[in-house]
Design a protein around this ligand. Sequence first.
Ligand SMILES: Nc1ncnc2c1ncn2[C@@H]1O[C@H](COP(=O)(O)OP(=O)(O)OP(=O)(O)O)[C@@H](O)[C@H]1O
Ligand SMILES: [Mg+2]
Length: 307
Amino acid sequence: MDNLAIECRQLTKRYDEQSVVNQVNLNVKREHIYGLLGRNGAGKTTIMKMILGLTAPTSGEVLIFGMPLQRNEKRLYPRIGALIEKPGFYPNLTGTENLEIFAKLRGTTQSDAVRKALDVVGLPYQDRKIFGQYSMGMKQRLGIANAILHDPELLILDEPTNGLDPIGIAEMRAFIHNMSAQFGKTILISSHILSEITLLADDIGILHNGILLEENTIAELEKKNRKYIQLEVSDAAKAVLTLEQDFSIKDYSVQDLHLLHVYDTSLDMGKINQALIQQGITIISAQRCNDTLEDYFRKVTGGEGIA
Ligand SMILES: Nc1ncnc2c1ncn2[C@@H]1O[C@H](COP(=O)(O)OP(=O)(O)OP(=O)(O)O)[C@@H](O)[C@H]1O
Ligand SMILES: [Mg+2]
């Protein structure tokens, strides 16, 4: 599909006999922020490395802007910027000097590319501090500046808030948001922190043990996790008619023949019960549910939490 910036088809990576990425179909829409969420060792970095051609898939393929990465690297790489693990900066050179080198290597033609990139991440231009003396947060910012040096359409950022203090995290979030909202960039970020992803991303992929368990919009996922009343009834289709006609309830979903989720939680259950009985519908059970995204994440990963 041509509205996809990244498409992974059955992407698989095995080390020895272990599948660390297993038949992943991941779809990043153009101009969206996609959050790849997974616990340590889930396979996030490995997927990103395959998307960047830094490690070869065991099987499956990666398409970027509709083109297979293989055979099209030369055309595609200038359109991608990445921050993945530790960029190899020279410790005895300043940030500006480091970026000047990367700009040359990449054949960046814009003369003020380095100054602009440093400006975006809030690092001083022509500062005398050498990279070896940078704080963790400054190193991370320089990594981002390096990723955006050539003004790529697609940014791939592996845990970009790693090592940042709370203010740094908020700034990084604002930066990513701005790159998307103002400049229309497509951004794939990874994180092991659910709240970080839900604050930023339009879409989310939940990765666990190398398997993409779910891919969805944040909006859909939040809808799944709204408060609702679960009604187990003898006939869901008939019950819905009563709810709509007698109570003007429209915000519900039919789960199966007997199960309904009603998202209006201020219902008068007594009245509803009465009305349903009058229609010959039996309520087998009614229960208020309040799943949070956090609960959901635990449920799908089968784990005890992620943050
Ligand atoms: N070169 C390698 N050789 C063998 N196993 C590897 C190699 N690289 C990664 N792995 C394994 O692949 C699995 C996934 O690793 P990966 O780094 O992709 O996870 P991750 O989701 O990025 O984790 P984290 O949140 O800790 O960064 C891990 O079990 C890891 O040990
Ligand atoms: Mg990683």
